[in-house]
Ligand binder design. Structure first.
Ligand code: BGC
Length: 806
């Protein structure tokens, strides 16, 4: 039927019909689209729907998380993972896969770092683009997330990221830019946070100017679940679809705004066209399509084989010869830690443990000892048993790592230490056996003051359902490790650039460290690290020679000088030539290209890493554009950010001449010493004073999180706050953080209307706030009236929509 869509139908298409689906307009051939998490496996919920991984979901392959895959430095491998994810999504009837997640690891404390790729935007962007291409090759839309500057879990829905434009563009947006330009996703997910004062989902600058006008994105912007605020502002700004369903609350607000002339129909039509186009872009997934579970398991295994990072291998202890008698110690060998927790939680088809896989590895198991309990204090009996096993073995394989509660969505890590029970266990093992290999599980970095107690260290990250097999393949040399760190291992948390600023408990999160994220800081400010960005050992060695720089890129010869086949990740870094003192302030070197190259023993090859539009550019706050400064640049090629093997100077004719570079008003940014930037200098970087960091005292507002009820005028609200705090603490004490409660605690009042499927409207939340603010009588009256009105409105619009659209 080609009757044009009615106003009601249009407004109804811009918010969800359920937790996971959009609304359909059957008479216009518009079907409901199905969304599902997530980044490393499909989480299509079967029963009661929630978005925090609490309800059960259909089985799927659990691939390694993004933090793991990133260490492969291999966008083609990422694309293969994307293809497999897309195929599984299609087979489950999923239209839009909510991933990949590519937020920059601003600090290793972020609770969701395990879901993100890297501290570097170029690497993150290239890998994300691979995922997007792979997913979309199967007729399913990818949905890169969370756009943008979403770097902490604390107050994640109630935080305003305050970032200067240059840092924002060069660090936090460049990864998305690459993913959009090279992957062409059909959707992008906006983040929960505000960005420089405006919610991401209604940030016109972000969604229309940058994403659509500058990068050419022509798809739909989907809000994070409950991340919508003002639906009218979203439509104006370029936010397409609000998820999940908020009943007809947002629909009605859009209708009213159009009727009153506050929202133009042109804006409405533009957003509707994006939803309709999305439906046309995702092919109707075939219900008959079958997933090759065995092939996907093998792929998941191969990814870990290419991604695990060998961090230490003293005296060539690894690889272990067949028949080596090993003691396997550590709870993770029996019960793997293979994924994080929250919306990305996958219900795996299979899960192979180290103990399952060991018989096929060629190693001889002397004994398995648990060694420690998850989350528990040290246990002398378990340690004694582990020590006895270690005494009888040639080599001890100690499976250590972060337990389930240390890396979860909704909560940041409190420190970077391994649980003390594990560190004590390691010390006891090292006393009786000098050949200890630590195999680490965890989605991020840890402090390694215990490094001297092991002879070898392999970081398997979060390996998904087949990780244990791949790790054993590396330990016995069936696979030569080729993973390289996509993030820096600092010596201590206090050395990390944002440790004074992150996570912020205030209403703003100030990105005072500017562009000095990860290695950009350590390398520029010369802060020693435990393991640098890009680092990883191999069972062979590589030599670099004959660097030639041309107008289009760098070429050099790479030789495998060892006796086994292996792959090297050659990295290209660019910085200003040290002899030039002019120009904008910038990190000493930045990653601008890389190549993963497999070589047989003795083999040489000429490697070319091309320059591209990202190589020399910086964002000029003076011209408001990307510019290239003319002059000399240092081109460096190496095996990590600190292991530069070849370098040369290269003259570039740019778009601007280097200026004095604001060194006087930005002295800390000029030196890279940014851990304690004073207010005035941060204001100079921002171009205006930073907004207040704490909430303005006074009545609670829609924007305030429920956590702010501690300041509420109503004693009942303060009591509710105390009850919430107590329930959260009780769950924590049991070692099982309650993600739902954490979500509620930091949820802004406005989100109640977004997460209750129409049961609660915005007007009802406004009335509730009147109660919370101490006017119980007035508030309850208003609440009852609003509830009645909401009920009527939902019934009426549902009826009207059904009448027109079927
Ligand atoms: C998460 C998203 C996820 C969504 C749906 C949100 O809480 O931030 O990453 O895709 O829920 O589960």
């Amino acid at each position: 039927m080609d009757e044009p869509l009615t106003l009601l139908e249009k407004a109804a298409l811009l918010s969800g019909g359920t937790v996971w689906q959009t609304r359909a307009v059957p008479r216009a051939g518009i079907r409901a689209l199905w969304f599902a998490d997530g980044p490393h496996g499909i989480r299509k919920q079967t029963g009661s729907a929630d978005h925090l991984g609490l309800g059960a979901s259909q089985k799927a392959t659990c691939f390694p998380t993004a933090a793991t895959v990133a260490n492969s430095w291999d966008p083609e491998l990422a694309e293969k993972v994307g293809e497999a994810l897309g195929a599984e999504a299609a087979a489950q009837g999923v239209d839009v896969l909510l991933g990949p997640g590519l937020n920059i690891k601003r600090s290793p404390l972020c609770g969701r770092d395990f879901e993100y790729f890297s501290e570097d935007p170029y690497l993150a962007g290239k890998l994300a683009a691979g995922y997007v291409r792979g997913i979309q090759s199967q007729g399913v839309s990818a949905c890169p997330k969370h756009f943008a500057a979403n770097s902490q879990e604390l107050r994640r829905m109630a935080s305003d990221s305050v970032v200067d434009e240059r840092t924002l563009r060069e660090i936090y947006l460049t990864g998305f830019e690459i993913a959009v330009r090279e992957g062409h996703p059909h959707t992008v997910m906006s983040s929960y946070n505000k960005l420089n004062g405006t919610y991401a989902h209604e940030n016109h600058w972000l969604l229309s100017r940058v994403l659509r006008d500058e990068w050419g994105f022509d798809g739909a912007v989907v809000s994070d679940w409950g991340g919508g605020n003002d639906p009218v502002a979203a439509v104006r700004a370029g936010g397409t679809l609000e998820m999940p369903s908020s009943g007809f609350d947002s629909v009605e607000r859009i209708l009213r705004a159009v009727e009153r002339g506050e929202l133009s129909e042109a804006d409405l039509d533009a957003r509707v066209a994006e939803v309709v186009a999305l439906g046309g872009r995702v092919e109707r997934p075939s219900a008959t399509q079958r997933v090759d579970e065995a092939a996907h398991h093998e792929l998941a295994r191969d990814v870990v084989a290419q991604s695990a990072v060998l961090l230490k291998n003293e005296d060539g202890l690894l690889p272990l010869a067949p028949g080596t008698r090993v003691a396997v110690v550590g709870d993770f060998a029996a019960t793997p830690r293979y994924q994080g927790a929250g919306s990305s939680l996958v219900n795996p088809f299979r899960l192979v443990t180290t103990l399952d896989a060991l018989p096929a590895s060629g190693l001889e198991l002397v004994e398995y000892a648990q060694g420690f309990t998850r989350g528990g204090a040290g246990d002398a009996t378990l340690v004694a048993q582990a020590v006895r096993a270690a005494q009888q073995a040639d080599v001890v394989l100690a499976y250590l790592g972060l337990d389930e509660i240390s890396e979860v969505e909704g909560r940041d890590r409190a420190h970077l230490r391994l649980p003390s029970a594990q560190v004590e266990l390691l010390a006891a093992l090292a006393e009786v056996n000098e050949h200890v290999v630590v195999v680490l599980s965890g989605g991020g970095v840890v402090e390694t003051e215990w490094l001297g107690r092991c002879q070898a260290l392999l970081h398997g990250y979060l390996g998904g359902q087949a990780g244990a097999e791949a790790v054993l393949d590396i330990l016995v040399g069936k696979v030569n490790p080729s993973g390289r760190l996509a993030e820096t291992y600092p010596v201590r948390l206090e050395d990390t650039p944002a440790h004074r600023y992150h996570p912020s408990g205030g209403v703003t999160a100030e990105y005072r460290e500017g562009p000095y994220v990860g290695y950009r800081y350590y390398a520029t400010a010369e802060v020693p690290v435990a393991f640098p960005f890009g680092f990883g050992l191999s069972y062979t060695a590589f030599a670099y020679s004959d660097l030639e720089i041309g107008a289009t890129g760098a070429a050099f010869t790479l030789t495998n000088t060892g006796s086994v086949a292996g792959a090297e990740v050659a990295q290209l870094y660019v910085g200003r030539d040290p002899s030039s003192t002019a120009g904008v302030v910038r990190p000493i070197r930045e990653l601008k290209g890389f190549a993963k190259v497999a070589l047989a023993p003795g083999e040489s090859t000429r490697v070319v890493i091309p320059f591209d539009e990202y190589t020399f550019r910086h964002f000029s706050t003076a011209t408001g554009r990307w510019e290239v400064e003319s002059g000399r640049y240092s081109i460096q090629v190496g095996a990590s950010v600190e292991d530069i093997r070849l370098s040369a100077t290269h003259e570039v004719t740019g778009t601007v001449e280097p200026t004095a570079g604001r060194r006087e008003d930005l002295p800390h940014y000029a030196s890279g010493e940014i851990t304690n930037v004073p207010d005035e200098e941060f204001a100079a970087l921002l171009g205006h004073p930073a907004p207040p960091t704490s909430r303005v005292r006074g009545p609670l507002r829609l924007d305030d999180p429920l956590a702010a009820m501690t300041e509420a005028a109503s004693p009942l609200a303060r009591l509710a706050h105390r009850v919430l705090v107590r329930l959260i603490a009780r769950a924590d004490a049991k070692g099982r953080p309650d993600l739902n409660l954490l979500f509620i605690y930091w949820e802004p009042f406005r989100a109640i209307a977004k997460m209750t499927n129409g049961l609660v409207s915005t007007a009802m939340v406004e009335a509730l706030l009147v109660v919370v603010n101490g006017h119980a009588f007035r508030g309850i009256g208003a609440l009852v009236r609003a509830a009645v009105a909401n009920n009527r409105m939902n019934r009426r619009l549902r009826r009207e929509l059904a009448a027109v659209s079927h």
